[in-house]
Design a protein around this ligand. Structure first.
Ligand code: NAD
Length: 419
């Protein structure tokens, strides 16, 4: 039995979704081969010194999946479960995500296999600087532009940007996005992914005849994506019945006070001890009573085992890859609508794109302008996805992949294959 990667590859899930769309697009075999291979995978060691003086070595990754539409773009994840397979899958998804919302970027992703909950701030800084230093030659505003992902924050982006700037002897804010405002971040970036989740969800709810004031929402994961999605759903009048994080899930039929939950996390760093709902397990949360379910933690949480028990009418994938292809088939058979990750969580990379543009201009926009542009980008493209869904009588996921693959293929074809 292999222990190097999870039993079923995450990248394998991505390829399964890709193939469904490629079949409908009648993509030729050569183009399929090109698009199912990453352009570049980089693996390196990160030796670092603990505060105690001892040395340890972690493994770092950066995968630059595709450059056809522009520089690679995608977050950096710090998590004990990070593998080359996972980073490749996430870089693959970034390629389609950037294309589905029509951004001039390719796809990339990075990660370090580590447990940040055991690291001090100084240790985190040393790891980040070494990670950035290893990548100096291959990242940059016109090459590859990282951003935050699970367990990486605006502060981590600030260290990355500073290390890159020191090595290249220039101030270079455009090398990463998701930075603090003071050093070239964009207004609205912190909330952008959660905001995008709610924009997509509310648009689909209107199609389905679900009024926000009568809708109940359950959200798995209360980090950057889940927390702001919860806040914005509540602001729009929805009842957020369930939230969760790595410490467990909290359910309140009458609605959780999201501002209190956010204050709790602000004070205690997680939801442990939160009194605003009954404590249940994360497994129970996913199959609890609700209209809208938002998985916003990690991949492969909606599977063949629990898909038949999910009660939601609409699933909005805040996380990347939360639904296995088997579960997706069950949802489609049961008439449960799924807004796929590459569309539902594209709000983050869209405002990252705005940040990159603002850094290059040296001119920064008001938050209202950022939010208005974000809504325009997401709605324009989700409407196009829905048009393709109807035309081909398929799912939103396959339609989103079709739109994205078609855009990448057009760019590749125009540029030509340098063979
Ligand atoms: P984060 O680190 O800010 O938050 C992750 C949350 O998930 C935390 O609350 C954590 O406790 C929780 N969690 C972890 N394991 C869990 C488990 N087993 N059960 C329940 N909760 C668990 O990360 P994030 O940036 O919010 O990212 C969440 C997901 O959204 C990831 O799949 C990420 O790739 C995706 N995403 C993030 C962004 C972004 O801009 N941050 C953009 C697009 C997609």
């Amino acid at each position: 039995m292999t222990t190097a990667v999870r039993e079923v590859s995450v990248f394998g899930d991505g390829i399964a979704y890709f193939n469904e769309a490629a079949d409908l697009l009648q993509l030729d075999a050569g183009m399929r081969q090109i698009l199912t291979h990453p352009s570049r995978q980089i693996i390196f060691s990160i030796p670092f010194q603990r505060d105690t003086g001892e040395f340890e070595v972690f493994t770092g990754y950066r995968v630059q999946y595709n450059f056809a539409r522009g520089p690679a773009k995608g977050g950096i994840r710090y998590h004990p479960g990070v593998t080359l397979d996972e980073v490749t899958a996430l870089a693959f998804w970034m390629t389609w995500k950037c294309a589905v919302v029509d951004l001039p970027f390719g796809g990339g992703k990075g990660g370090v296999t580590c447990d940040p909950s055991t690291l001090s701030n100084n240790e985190l800084e040393r790891i980040t600087r070494r990670y950035a230093a290893e990548l100096v030659e291959v990242v940059g505003p016109d090459k590859d532009v990282p951003a935050p992902d699970v367990n990486t924050t605006p502060q981590v982006m600030a260290w990355f940007m500073d290390t890159y700037s020191m090595h290249t002897r220039q101030n270079c804010p455009g090398v990463v996005t998701g930075k603090p405002l003071e050093i070239g971040g964009s207004r609205g970036r912190v909330e952008a992914t959660g905001r995008g989740v709610t924009i997509c969800a509310l648009d689909e709810m209107a199609q389905m005849g679900i009024a926000p004031e009568s809708a109940s929402v359950v959200i798995q994961g209360f980090g950057n994506v889940g927390m702001y999605a919860a806040k914005l759903f509540a602001e729009r009048g929805c009842t957020v019945r369930g939230i969760s994080d790595v410490t467990g899930a909290y359910y309140n039929k009458d609605g959780i006070n999201i501002v209190e939950a956010m204050e709790h996390v602000g004070k205690h760093h997680n939801l442990a001890g939160f009194q605003g709902g009954d404590k249940i397990s994360n497994a129970e949360l996913l199959v609890s009573e609700c209209d809208v379910l938002v998985p916003a933690a990690l991949e492969k949480v909606l599977t063949a085992e629990n898909a038949s028990k999910v009660k939601a009418k609409l699933i909005v994938e805040g996380a990347n890859g939360p639904t296995t292809p088997e579960a997706a088939k069950t949802f489609s058979d049961r008439g449960i609508v799924v807004i796929p990750d590459i569309m539902a969580n594209a709000g983050g990379v869209t405002v990252s794109y705005f940040e990159w543009v603002q850094d290059r201009m040296g001119y920064f926009w008001k938050e209202a302008e950022v939010n208005e542009r974000l809504e325009d980008v997401l709605l324009t493209n989700i409407h196009e996805v829905r048009r393709i869904k109807v035309q081909y009588n398929t799912t939103l996921r396959t339609a989103a992949y079709m739109l994205a693959i078609d855009r990448v293929v057009k760019a590749l074809t125009l540029r030509g294959i340098y063979a």
